[in-house]
Design a protein around this ligand. Structure first.
Ligand code: PXL
Length: 277
């Protein structure tokens, strides 16, 4: 069985980051180790949340794992709370990134043209330096624009998407840069990527549901990592993840349309597993 480690916060309530990655990737038949960077009572869109930073645990935990000879087929990072945490994660990549270890970075920090609450304006620069060390990155358009300096637009054409992808590749990512939640088609959404090794663009559009929920990026990234580790090609893994994310949103719209936090992905995990066959 493949073993990955995912490095992000644990928001106790909110269905994002580790409470999404752990169940989804495990259910896909991939051992999922975790390195929690902080414990929050909820994700940061609630008011009055508590935070306990755990970054001083990253080095001792890593040292113990190294001593035990533990290794990973992939390292998947999501929400990271500070530039210092990013530096510690870069060291973790250097320590545990073997030749065949997939380094997958979801630079979860912004959406709808804005950084999430609590991040300083220079945070995207630090995140860009982590993306430079990764094999695959999966920013949304806001995150991509903040890291590359391209102007964020809500209406655009294929050439704009390609320009953003070329600028992302110039950050230094090794294998592929992937933009999520983008398409030049009306009333749809989609995924657009650039294979950095071959210079080829790829992508697909899919159904856009008329609702925005929190944590869908984490659902998408987790399913992508799980599918990659189950041997799917990147494009197939992204398609599986997109179908799962759409199914999770549809499920939430049916059960609890006004939900203010993460999607009801739990109910549609059987479909995700079937999709891996
Ligand atoms: O990936 C989203 C996310 C993860 N973790 C925390 C967050 C958010 C989004 O706001 O606040 C703590």
């Amino acid at each position: 069985m493949k073993r990955i480690v995912t490095i992000q916060d644990i928001s106790c309530v909110g269905k994002c980051s580790l409470t999404v990655a752990l169940p989804i990737i495990s259910a896909m038949g991939v051992e999922t180790a975790i390195l929690p960077t902080a414990v929050l009572s909820t994700h940061t869109m609630f008011s009055g949340f508590t935070v306990k930073d755990l970054q001083d645990q990253i080095e001792p935990i890593s040292a113990h794992w190294k001593k035990e000879g533990i290794d990973f087929d992939a390292i998947y990072t999501g929400y990271l709370a500070s530039a210092e945490q990013i530096d510690l994660v870069k060291d973790f990549f250097d320590t545990f990134g073997e030749k065949d270890t997939l380094l997958f970075v979801d630079p979860a920090m912004a959406d709808n043209g804005k950084l999430y609450v609590g991040f300083p304006d220079d945070f995207p620069k630090a995140m860009a330096s982590l993306c430079a060390k990764a094999d695959i990155i999966v920013p949304n358009l806001t995150e991509a624009c903040l890291m590359t300096g391209v102007e964020y637009k809500t209406e655009y054409d294929v050439e704009y998407i390609r320009e953003v992808l070329r600028k992302l590749a110039a950050l230094g990512t090794k294998k592929a840069v992937v933009l999520t939640g983008v398409t030049a088609e009306q009333n749809k959404t989609g995924v657009s990527g650039l294979n950095v090794e071959t210079g080829e663009f790829f992508g697909f559009s899919h159904e856009k549901l008329d609702r925005n929920y929190h944590g869908t990026g984490d659902v998408f990234s987790s399913a992508t990592v799980g599918a990659l580790e189950r041997g799917k090609s990147l494009e197939e893994a992204l398609r599986i993840a997109a179908r799962f994310t759409v199914a999770s949103i549809r499920e939430t719209m049916e059960n609890d349309p006004d939900k203010t936090y993460g999607v009801d992905f739990e109910a549609v995990i059987p479909g995700l597993i079937a999709d891996l066959k």
